[in-house]
Design a protein around this ligand. Structure first.
Ligand code: FE2
Ligand code: FE2
Length: 221
């Protein structure tokens, strides 16, 4: 058994191929970006959330690795990519000889990150949910024709910044968004992100924190 880190995952050929294919296939279907940019941001955020809350170094590393691998099954199908991604990650991490106790944390997080069927089952899963759902940003829009934007494109394109702020002392995790309301009214954001916000609230609660949503400096949740 060995102590696998994010560096081992980054240089792994099999993972790189799958991440590249996932991005390519989702791009063809017109989805927002789910490739290296997204997974690197999610990996970093998931690690930082647990770091600020005082979890062990290894827990933080596991959250980072779950973030890096969480969207890998988009190359198989968008539907249930969490569950399928967990199985793919299981095979990869077993090949890399990660300990079963650690694999369990990583794959349960991956298998529970989709808002349709995921739950904050442990601290790694909770950190992954918060990190993933908070990545709303203009650069994720792959469609270049504004006239054909659908609601996900509009909401992401309107998002000029999205930051997760963790306050360990006051036990709060806040998502701070800056949205250009000329592109997308705040209402449209809620239309597609309500499920995600409920999931974030539960994930924060698992980490014994209150979830807050601040859009354009207005506290909404
Ligand atoms: Fe995903
Ligand atoms: Fe994702």
């Amino acid at each position: 058994m060995s102590r696998i880190t994010i560096q081992d995952l980054r240089k792994d050929h099999e993972i790189s191929v799958y991440l590249k294919c996932s991005t390519e296939y989702l791009g063809k279907l017109g989805f927002t970006e789910h490739g290296k940019r997204h997974v690197s941001i999610v990996a970093k955020r998931a690690r930082e959330i647990l770091e600020v809350l005082g979890y062990s170094v290894r827990d933080c590393e596991l959250a980072e690795m779950a973030g890096y691998l969480h969207d890998i099954a988009n190359l198989v199908n968008r539907f249930n990519h969490g569950g399928m991604g967990a199985i793919m990650a299981y095979n990869i991490l077993t090949r890399l000889q990660m300990q079963p106790e650690e694999i369990a944390l990583v794959i349960s997080a991956i298998g529970n990150h989709e808002e349709e069927r995921g739950n904050a089952v442990n601290h790694v899963a909770s950190a992954l949910i918060l990190a993933d759902k908070s990545d709303v940003h203009r650069t994720r829009v792959t469609n270049t024709d504004f006239a054909t934007f659908e609601i996900h494109d509009r909401v992401n394109f309107a998002a000029e910044s999205s930051v997760i702020q963790v306050d360990a002392e006051n036990r709060t995790i806040k998502l701070l968004l800056t949205i250009d309301t000329k592109i997308c009214p705040v209402m449209e954001y809620f239309e597609i992100f309500l499920d995600r916000m409920i999931m974030c609230r539960r994930a924060a609660a698992f980490l014994k924190c209150r979830f807050g949503l601040v859009i354009n400096e207005n506290e909404l949740l």
